[in-house]
Write a protein that binds this ligand. Structure first.
Ligand code: GSH
Length: 151
């Protein structure tokens, strides 16, 4: 591990992978925030101490909660592939400047995607940030495969 930490591209990867992973984890508390402010719970046990009448009002979905959940799910669909491809790419000996460009664009795109989703920014802002993030992952995969591909 200490040898790996001398690899600048790997160090850059760990930094940006940690940032996007923390951003993704934060979607949990964001969802909790919407659950409490919009009074929207899904599990019986979450409202067990309430009266039957209150339970009926609280056990419901709310569009804002569902939006936060979709945003979290979209992070899972995109950040997990970034993590695996980015790790292999970082270990494949890329130029530091090129690696930094990939990691920074991906991180900025995913942070923007969350703001666009939660703040309901007009499309195609969210779609552009999604495609930009995906393009970065594909570009890293292409660079990686072009180095290691053998038949
Ligand atoms: N699983 C996604 C979907 O169902 O939309 C695949 C396509 C995708 O990720 N699209 C982006 C998005 O933000 C840009 S439009 N989708 C909304 C979402 O996943 O909830």
């Amino acid at each position: 591990m200490s040898q790996l930490m001398e690899n600048e591209a790997f160090k850059a990867f760990t930094t940006y992978a940690a940032i996007v992973t923390l951003k993704m984890i934060l979607m949990g508390p964001v969802t909790v925030y919407f659950r409490f402010t919009r009074k929207s719970f899904i599990n019986e046990e979450d409202v067990a101490w309430k009266s039957e009448e209150q339970k009926k009002l609280l056990l419901k979905t709310h569009p804002d909660v569902e939006r936060a959940r979709r945003c979290h799910y979209n992070d899972l669909e995109n950040i997990i592939p970034f993590f695996f491809i980015g790790l292999l790419y970082a270990l494949s000996g890329p130029e530091l400047s090129s690696a930094l460009l990939h990691f920074r664009i991906f991180t900025a795109a995913r942070i923007f995607h969350s703001f666009a989703y939660i703040l309901v920014l007009p499309q195609p802002s969210r779609a552009i940030s999604y495609f930009l993030g995906m393009l970065v992952t594909f570009s890293m995969a292409y660079s990686l495969l072009s180095k290691v591909f053998f038949l």
